[in-house]
Design a protein around this ligand. Structure first.
Ligand SMILES: Cc1cc2nc3c(=O)[nH]c(=O)nc-3n(C[C@H](O)[C@H](O)[C@H](O)COP(=O)(O)O)c2cc1C
Length: 354
């Protein structure tokens, strides 16, 4: 039996889904019963039910994959691969034309690109970009390091504003003048990081903890206007570590940023689940940019993907089926890759194994 199928109820029908072959079949009670018998060890026969199950790939004799995670990640990994059908050759024709035609066909359904959440608006000081230019790129790259030992220090709002703008700001302006200049409709915008389809599905939510000039709270960063809107006007710093799966050293950060992904933007242009990968990759680019920006400004930073999703989404007040927290970036003053509380334990452990 193949490990490559699962069953789902879709629109009131039971669907057998072969996620390797990207094929779906409606299955009735007789075939389901037969599938159970075959799963239990019955040998396949020439009966029509067995032939139908064979056609759906259920009887393919595939070794269980050497896979270190459970089947959910496997379904995503394999199910979102681009595969050739049996005996299909590699594509010869230039795909770009088809892509352009596709873009034109969806141009009248462009989703809302820039979100402005309700809530009191707070203007941010202009980003101090000259400081970023002081550190050579190679030094910023080489000295980039994850910090986990923060010192609960205050940071000026200018510092936070600069990091937000340099990482998430629409630094080239409100729309894509490069496209307009050649007579095309600009869709999307540009940041300092690349983004699949220029969609920039990632939004930034500032967790203000110790910022001079900004009360603790949760704020949405309007990246196209370089301003904040208040989501929550209070935030207890000791809550952060708990939300981040008890990584309690986070409580000593000056600020953090929850990065969400707006799936609705992706759905518009890339309706296949493969685009979920693109949403994650988008954040990967932002992580590196944020760390380089922090480093160039002599601020320490910490990335983590480990948090309690549901609670964080509640905190950010987002509809998690459309926009969901995907990552956290922390920043502050400190030094060292190992959190202070863990340092002694690690030293003891090292001494024991030596
Ligand atoms: C996608 C991603 C997830 C990460 N998750 C965590 C995490 O949950 N906790 C943590 O302390 N560090 C986390 N990190 C930081 C890594 O542990 C760190 O990058 C790694 O130890 C290498 O150290 P360096 O960044 O100083 O080179 C993460 C980094 C990335 C890119």
């Amino acid at each position: 039996m193949t490990p490559s199928i699962f069953l789902r109820v879709i629109d009131g029908r039971l669907i057998l889904w072969n996620y390797v072959r990207h094929e779906q079949f409606e299955i009735d009670l007789d075939h389901l019963r037969r599938l159970m018998q075959l799963s239990g060890g019955d040998k396949p026969t020439d009966e029509p039910a067995d032939s139908a199950l064979s056609t759906a790939g259920c009887l393919d004799d595939i070794d269980p994959p050497a896979w270190g995670w459970d089947c959910l990640s496997r379904i995503f990994h394999v199910g979102t691969q681009i595969a050739l059908r049996q005996d299909e050759a590699l594509p010869e024709e230039d795909a770009y034309r088809g892509y352009i035609e596709y873009c034109a066909s969806i141009a009248d359904k462009v989703p809302e690109f820039k979100i402005e959440r309700p809530g009191k608006v707070i203007q941010l000081p202009q980003a101090e970009l000259s400081k970023l230019g002081e550190m050579p790129l190679w030094k910023a790259l080489r000295d980039r390091q994850t910090c986990r030992a923060f010192e609960s220090k205050m940071l000026p709002l200018e510092e936070v504003a600069s990091a937000l703008w340099a990482t998430f700001g629409t630094i080239h302006g409100d729309c894509r003048h490069d496209l307009e200049a050649i007579g095309l409709m600009p869709v999307g915008y540009r940041r300092t990081s690349p983004s699949g389809g220029s969609l920039h599905p990632s939004e930034a939510y500032l967790v203000a903890m110790r910022i001079d000039g900004l009360p603790p709270g949760i704020y949405h960063y309007r990246s196209h206007k370089h301003e904040l809107s208040v989501v929550r006007d209070n935030f207890e710093t000791t809550t952060l570590g708990k939300l981040l799966c008890a990584q309690t050293f986070a409580n000593a950060l000056s600020y953090g940023i929850f990065v969400t992904s707006r799936f609705d933007k992706m759905w518009w242009k890339y309706p296949h689940s493969r685009a979920y990968r693109v949403a994650l990759l988008d954040i990967g680019c932002l992580i590196q940019t944020f760390q380089l920006v922090c480093n160039a400004r002599h601020i320490q930073s910490w990335p983590t993907g480990y948090f309690i999703d549901h609670e964080v989404n509640k905190l950010l007040d987002v509809d998690p089926d459309i926009e969901s927290a995907m990552f956290f970036l922390g920043a502050g003053i400190g030094g060292g890759a190992v959190a202070r509380e863990a340092l002694e334990t690690l030293r003891r452990f090292n001494a024991e194994v030596q």
